[in-house]
Ligand binder design. Structure first.
Ligand SMILES: Nc1ncnc2c1ncn2[C@@H]1O[C@H](COP(=O)(O)OP(=O)(O)OP(=O)(O)O)[C@@H](O)[C@H]1O
Ligand SMILES: [Mg+2]
Length: 595
């Protein structure tokens, strides 16, 4: 249960709700007990006075007596109803405080978890699936909320009601109390076991259901491949199998659920019968009045739900603890990409790699091996290399998605680890290799992260990235929605929107990771020429496996298997007749439009 201790800080924050909730619970219970006592008084009163009433048989005074007698009973009735209203009002307030508190905490927790997720490094996201992350922020938080809301509410109710009711019962008749209460522990235990069974089976259903939805989601997002390979029938069969599994599990749950109410009813019935039987005997012996039996039956009914809740609350708490443990696991994961000094000097844009080596922590692949180079302020460096040679890794290290293992990366002569991370990234315009655009308008995608005042940069950036004409050709222009409910851009258009997004922030350092691979050489040249304008005064790293992207660069490095194999300008490298020249020859021989 120590996992749940993490929640105490929230309980402390909302202690006003909790304390009021406890007060209202006490009040509502007091107003539940008083009517039960009134019932006893009124029944005993009726029984006694009825005998009295019969004594006056044949006398006119009997009429008056009856009126007074009935008035008294009606008054009792009105009083009991009034008490129930008051009780209802307090029950309303109990929910308004404790359940409302649980919703406030749920809100806080979700935000805290989301914020924490965003701080975690890329390596964390490679280790944990998106589904897992989502489950913890939704399902697990909901389970914890069940503890903070219903479990605490019923738990408090239990703690208040039990001593109150049992105290009153014992004060009236000890023997009757003991008999009436015998079935209740059995009820509590059985609810606990049945409820655990229900949870266990529900969880299996949940898993089956999420498997089913993943299957459907994948089938329909990959519908093109599915149709092209004529897999419809096969997929249909697989879906039917998964559905069958879901059905079988659901029916198994129904079986346990069907046990739930009969069980409660049987045990309450047993309690009532015991009360009437033992109570009846005591009445005959003259130990108690009839009213006590009625009062006890009311008490037993009053105790049934809390006793049922005891089993239920226990299993909620267990589930919440398991969920909180999962949440804690992620909350206790700290990012190792940190900055101690957090400096924020104006950045000029000089980048220097000094003997940088890097091994990806999860795969153990050595992606960079003793790499050194430097790019001056406003210069353009092209990084050329074959697939898997470590080009994107350089971009990952410059943006501090990962930290180098050995060596150092300096920006303006300062280790990048000293810079405030958000400030540093804010100075960079990064175009990732795998383009990702949000399901939002094109305009908002380009304006990603810009202030309201900087919106005029959007169309300029689109022009520089050579995608402006494409955008204004759409009927809705920059308002055109992308993604599932909107239009689909071509591969080249996506890349250019991604470039526009990077340059719209007017960064000091531009990182283009293979961002022209989906456009033809002619467009590539056009984009590079218009980018040359933008890149003036900015330091740029152009990553590509195409030599054509490198022509305009001030400097070129050629990577192979994580090592720099050649370094120089386009001209000097061609003259050198090494790897670069070979690549150039090979790529020049390809049909012109693929270059
Ligand atoms: N996130 C990662 N985790 C583990 N290993 C990785 C990761 N990213 C890349 N690698 C490995 O590191 C090596 C270098 O990858 P990198 O992405 O830098 O290559 P690249 O030069 O960009 O290739 P491409 O031209 O295909 O984009 C590869 O062997 C790759 O398998
Ligand atoms: Mg790459």
């Amino acid at each position: 249960m120590k996992e749940l201790a993490r929640l105490n800080k929230y309980l402390l924050k909302y202690k006003a709700y909790l304390l009021l909730g406890i007060l209202f619970t006490v009040l509502s219970n007091i107003f539940a007990i008083i009517p039960a006592q009134l019932v006893r008084y009124s029944i005993d009163y009726v029984v006694e006075n009825f005998a009295f009433f019969n004594l006056f048989e044949g006398f006119s005074i009997q009429e008056n007596f009856r009126d007074a007698f009935l008035l008294f009973v009606i008054l009792f009735g009105a009083y009991i109803i009034f008490m129930s209203f008051v009780r209802g009002f307090f029950l309303f307030l109990v929910r308004q405080t404790i359940i409302a508190m649980s919703r406030h905490i749920e809100f806080d927790m979700k935000n805290e978890i989301y914020d924490h997720y965003q701080k975690l490094p890329l390596s964390f996201y490679r280790k944990n699936s998106t589904g897992d992350l989502m489950a913890r922020i939704t399902e697990d938080v909901s389970r914890v909320r069940m503890y903070l809301g219903p479990a605490i509410m019923y738990g408090v109710n239990l703690l208040v009601l039990f001593p109150l009711v049992i105290g009153v019962m014992l004060s009236i008749n000890v023997e009757l109390t003991l008999y009436a209460l015998i079935p209740l522990p059995i009820l509590s235990l059985s609810i606990y076991f049945v409820n655990n069974l229900i949870n266990e089976r529900s969880e299996k259903i949940q898993k089956s259901l999420s498997g089913l939805s993943t299957f459907v989601q994948e089938a329909f997002s990959g519908i093109r491949v599915l149709k092209a390979f004529v897999r419809e029938e096969d997929m249909g069969r697989k879906f039917a199998d998964a559905s069958e599994d879901y059905k079988v599990k659901s029916i198994r749950l129904t079986k346990v659920n069907s046990l739930f109410y009969p069980l409660i009813m049987a045990l309450i019935g047993l309690s009532t019968i015991l009360t009437i039987y033992i109570g009846g005997k005591e009445v005959i012996e003259g130990a108690i009045g009839y009213g006590v039996i009625a009062e006890f039956i009311l008490y037993v009914n009053m105790l049934t739900w809390p006793v049922t809740a005891l089993g239920w609350v226990t299993s909620i708490i267990q589930r919440a603890a398991a969920s909180q443990a999962r949440i804690n696991e992620f909350m206790e994961t700290e990012t190792d990409i940190i900055s101690v000094k957090k400096i924020k000097p104006p950045i000029v844009g000089e980048i220097k790699f000094e003997n940088v080596s890097f091994i990806y922590p999860d795969s153990g692949i050595k992606a960079l091996d003793n790499v050194s180079f430097s790019v001056g302020e406003g210069e353009t460096l092209a990084i050329i290399g074959t697939t898997g040679s470590g080009k994107s890794t350089i971009a990952n290290l410059v943006t501090r998605m990962y930290d180098v293992n050995t060596g150092q990366i300096l920006i303006d002569g300062q280790d990048i680890k000293d810079y405030d991370i958000e400030y540093l990234r804010g100075q960079m315009g990064y175009v990732p290799q795998d383009v990702f655009l949000f399901s939002d308008s094109i305009g908002n995608n380009i304006a990603f992260g810009l202030d309201e005042t900087e919106m005029e940069r959007v169309s300029a950036a689109a022009k520089d990235a050579d995608v402006y004409d494409n955008i204004v050709d759409f009927p809705k222009g920059f308002e055109t929605k992308l993604g599932e409910r909107g239009i689909t851009l071509s591969g080249g258009q996506k890349q250019r929107v991604s470039i526009a997004r990077a340059i719209a922030r007017e960064p000091k350092i531009v990182l283009l990771d293979d961002c022209l691979s989906a456009v033809d050489t002619k467009t590539e040249n056009a984009i590079l020429n218009s980018l040359a304008k933008v890149m003036k005064g900015r330091t740029s790293l152009i990553i590509s496996h195409r030599v054509s992207s490198a022509k305009l660069a001030d400097k070129i490095i050629v990577l192979d298997d994580g090592k720099i194999v050649e370094e120089g300008t386009h001209k000097s490298l061609l003259a050198k007749k090494g790897v670069y020249q070979e690549l150039y020859e090979k790529q020049s021989q390809q049909p012109a439009e693929t270059l």
